[in-house]
Design a protein around this ligand. Structure first.
Ligand code: CMC
Length: 478
């Protein structure tokens, strides 16, 4: 019987920041601002160490000095700012949706939203998309360095030999209705893997983490392809160990009676690039979900399934599906100006595939995807809706509503057109995103787990409900 549930971790490091000092108010003294980083394309350095933020509490006239480190103050320091009221538990920061709150220190992905820069472990996304393989990127994200040839060969071997899923998982997937959304199937089957590998709960055992990570990377394409085949009413195709990661996935999707499936090399490379582009994106909604759920020290299958669930939403990974639905509703290029007006007035919902919390310029992934679309369309012919997409982009990029809000195409704007030209059904697009994002979720999960500063995620709240009141039931007397 495997050991389960070990959550022993080395004791947390002491917080070395000096305690917040309380000093008498000095009128007219300007607060000390954090030193701005010269080149915002560089990750914020320790340039601000030794600096502090002076805060004057006008309720008490006390002034506090809060240390600034890495361009941030520690929110728990604010707790020390309090009035003389004995019920006052200290000042909180209020930041719904984490608009300006760093929840972790991470060395995995760097984004400069204003300049449109994305790097994995320091490597520009454009260079990785050019020649790297998806599994090389997966290794890089987790280990911080590119694999040696020997490490890579072993990793590819390990992944290849863990692509099969237990036959009961197949039966589990067969239990879904014919019209089940493949993201719902993927989400529940990824979570279901926890039941097959109970020893994965030993999250502080490195060997267990390694095998869980290999299993998740290896089995996600199998679960995704089985979901696809189930919905289509097609027989499941088992993994073929002779094929590469992406070719094997395409084989499980498309193979019929051929003895060996041969993927179109342009499609295979295009999909590999799309997986690389999606592999990580720092603290987005799904990654934050994985980190928050993982912070309870649950097994990685359960933690990552929270990421799949978050990705399903139309404001996140589900946007790629919504872009095509929006385009088909527009129907014709001549209807684009009218549609844009309905977006601006709020009647038509959002322009899906536009806007981003972090990118305030063109999403660097969208640039690569747009170019990639040309390669794919050369083979399958231009997608009938490309004209509508290009017109939407052209009008939006010259319209003050979008430019003043810095709304540019994001990665999801053109991916759907590529997926459709490869004959993937619209509701499968987000599943493709999930396969790509898996290495990022896993690298972030492990980084969170090994970060001695991290604890169970538990935000505070500002209570705005009723004060105490007596219970008087409205139900009939029992
Ligand atoms: N179409 C029209 N208006 C928009 C859009 C859009 N796509 N996105 C934002 N706005 C407006 C919004 O109405 C608001 O206007 P106002 O200031 O007048 O109220 C302003 O721009 C700021 O919007 P926000 O909702 O505060 O921005 P956010 O950072 O919270 O949201 C977003 C980011 C991606 C959720 C949002 O831009 C959006 O809903 N986009 C469409 C969905 C989409 O494409 N999602 C994929 C994101 S990229 C891939 C991924 O990470 O999953």
């Amino acid at each position: 019987m495997p050991k389960t549930g070990s959550t022993a971790r080395p004791a947390a490091k002491k917080n070395n920041n000096k305690p917040l000092a309380t000093t008498p108010a000095r009128d007219g003294k300007k607060p000390v601002a954090s030193a701005p980083t010269k080149d915002s394309a560089k990750p914020p350095a320790a340039a601000s160490s030794g600096s502090s933020l002076e805060i004057k509490d006008t309720r008490t006239s006390k002034t506090y000095s809060v240390p600034i480190s890495d361009g941030a103050i520690r929110a728990p320091e604010l707790k020390k700012i309090r009035t003389n009221d004995p019920g006052d538990t200290g000042l909180m920061s209020y930041d719904p949706a984490f608009l300006n709150t760093a929840a972790c220190r991470s060395a995995i992905t760097f984004i400069d939203g204003d300049k449109g820069i994305l790097r994995y472990r320091g490597y520009p996304i454009e260079q990785l998309a050019e020649t790297a393989t998806f599994l090389e990127v997966a290794w890089l994200l987790r280990h911080g360095e590119l694999p040696t040839q020997q490490e890579y060969d072993q990793f590819v071997h390990d992944i290849t030999f863990h692509t099969y899923v237990h036959e009961n998982m197949r039966k589990f997937l067969e239990g879904f209705r014919y019209d089940a959304h493949p993201m719902a199937m993927l989400n529940s089957s990824v979570a279901g893997l926890a039941a097959f590998y109970p020893s994965a709960r030993n999250i502080f055992d490195e060997t267990e983490r390694n095998i869980s990570i290999v299993r998740l990377l290896a089995k996600t394409p199998t679960l995704a392809a089985f979901s696809y085949r189930h919905v289509k009413g097609l027989p499941f195709v088992y993994p073929d160990n002779r094929l590469s990661y992406v070719e094997n996935f395409l084989s499980m999707i498309a193979r019929m009676s051929e003895s060996k499936y041969e993927a179109n090399p342009v499609f295979a490379r295009a999909l590999e690039i799309l997986f690389i582009l999606h592999a990580d994106h720092e603290q987005n909604c799904s990654t934050s979900a994985v980190r928050a759920v993982g912070s309870s020290h649950v097994d990685p299958f359960s933690a990552v399934s929270a990421g799949v669930a978050a990705l399903f939403g139309p404001l996140h990974g589900g946007a790629n599906e919504q872009v095509l639905r929006m385009i088909s509703e527009i129907g014709n290029v001549k209807n684009v100006p009218k549609f844009i007006e309905t977006v601006k007035s709020g009647e038509g919902g959002r322009l899906m595939g536009f806007g981003h919390r972090v990118y305030k310029s063109y999403d660097p992934r969208a640039k690569i995807v747009k170019k990639l679309a040309d390669d794919v369309f050369k083979i399958v012919g231009v997608d009938k809706d490309l004209e509508i997409a290009l017109e939407l982009e052209r009008i939006a990029l010259s319209d003050d509503y979008f430019t003043s809000r810095k709304l540019y195409p994001n990665v999801d704007f053109y991916t759907g057109l590529i997926y459709r030209s490869m004959a993937f059904p619209t509701d499968f697009f987000t599943v493709l995103f999930a396969i790509g994002r898996m290495p990022g979720w896993l690298a972030q999960w492990e980084e969170m787990l090994l970060d001695k500063e991290q604890k169970i995620a538990r935000p505070r709240q500002l209570y705005v409900g009723p004060a105490e009141r007596p219970y008087r039931s409205n139900l009939k007397a029992r």
